[in-house]
Design a protein around this ligand. Structure first.
Ligand SMILES: [Zn+2]
Ligand SMILES: [Zn+2]
Length: 346
């Protein structure tokens, strides 16, 4: 195959499908035959142009496929190996943060589908330092959402100060939250899921939540305090208000971890921070090694994303469905490179 099919954004809000010549990977890069590519809400940063984009740009940062060519200087990866690419496009290895072991905050890291072309394509070029390993337990479509939605919630919970048996709240039962509830349960926490309305209550329990709090019917902070106060609240819904309305549900020493990016400010009083030494913090996805751990842990504990697969050719429709909040819960684009991918597990 000398030409490849890809879906690119040509200007804000406008998708176009084009054929492009196949190129070889450069130094430090691999070329991947894409089998599946998740549609993430952060793709809006590319599609709507709120990230600094040089057009045209191919979105997609939950990419699974097989390596079919390896550039010079790449070690540890083989042709034919099934790999994943997430939002962080690969660390540089030489900046201050890399040299301190903080790969997430690498100064020279590109974001997949933002600074470089992502996974809405039959083929993509990726930096080897950003690659993750895909266990055989998952289909490519099943693994894709774990590379951003999964990694983000898993990494936040894994780095959080809660110990087994302590109360952890997951706010929002959507693309991230439905995974967050499963991870929190399997990590051994007492889990409170917080949603708006009653329709997610049954699902939250099925995913492993011990408690469901309907924030439309009750004050979620008071409900958490009635359970003893949360050590950690993982906020997967965007909007500063969602952080604010649950913040006082933290027990002393607790932390609210914000994963839902948005421009709205978070209002907390210094009194609520100081008296009970609470914290608000953000977490940005995770390192490739934690990505490997996310997938291994998911396989070991039976955590999987609820997915709906659609052919790559229908990328624009899949994106629109996700943006309309109608995805249950992750849309995944699949190419002809992969086998049957209707199930998350192989
Ligand atoms: Zn994402
Ligand atoms: Zn670096």
């Amino acid at each position: 195959m000398s030409a490849i099919y890809r879906v690119q954004v040509t200007k804000p809000g406008e998708f176009a499908t084009v054929m492009k010549p196949l190129v070889d990977p450069g130094p430090g890069q691999v070329r991947i035959r894409v089998e599946a590519s998740g549609v993430c809400h952060s793709d809006a940063g590319t599609v709507e142009g709120s990230f600094p984009i040089i057009w045209p740009r191919v979105p997609g940062h939950e990419v699974v496929g097989r390596i079919d060519a390896i550039g010079s200087g790449v070690r540890g990866w083989e042709v034919g190996q099934r790999v994943g690419v997430g939002f962080l496009g690969g660390s540089c290895g030489y900046c201050e943060f890399c040299r301190n072991g903080d790969l997430v905050n690498c100064r020279n890291q590109e974001f997949t589908g933002v600074h470089s072309d992502g996974g809405y394509a039959e083929v993509m070029i990726a930096k080897a330092t950003g690659l993750m390993r895909i266990p055989d337990d998952f289909s490519s479509a099943g693994a894709a959402p774990l590379l951003c939605a999964g990694l983000t919630t898993f990494s936040a919970l894994r780095n959080a100060p809660a110990k087994a048996g302590e109360l952890v709240a997951v706010l929002g039962i959507g693309g991230l939250g439905h995974l967050g509830v499963q991870y929190a349960r399997h990590m051994g926490f007492e889990v409170a899921a917080i949603g708006r309305g009653t329709e997610s209550a049954e699902l939250a329990k099925k995913l492993g939540a011990h408690h469901y709090i309907d924030s439309a019917a009750t004050d979620p902070a008071a409900a958490l305090q009635a359970l003893g106060g949360a050590k950690v609240i993982v906020v997967t819904a965007s909007g500063g208000k969602t952080v604010t309305e649950t913040f006082k549900g933290l027990r002393p020493g607790g932390v609210s971890i914000d994963l839902g990016a948005g421009p709205e400010p978070i209002e907390v009083t210094s009194m609520d921070l100081i008296f009970a030494t609470r914290k608000v913090e953000g977490a940005l996805t995770g390192t490739p090694a934690v990505g490997d751990a996310t997938l291994r842990f998911s396989a070991l504990s039976g955590v999987s994303a609820m997915i709906e697969t659609v052919p790559l050719e229908q990328a624009a429709a899949a994106y629109a469905k996700m943006m309309a909040g109608k995805a249950r819960f992750r849309m995944v684009l699949v190419t002809k490179n992969g086998a049957d991918q209707s199930s998350p597990l192989k």
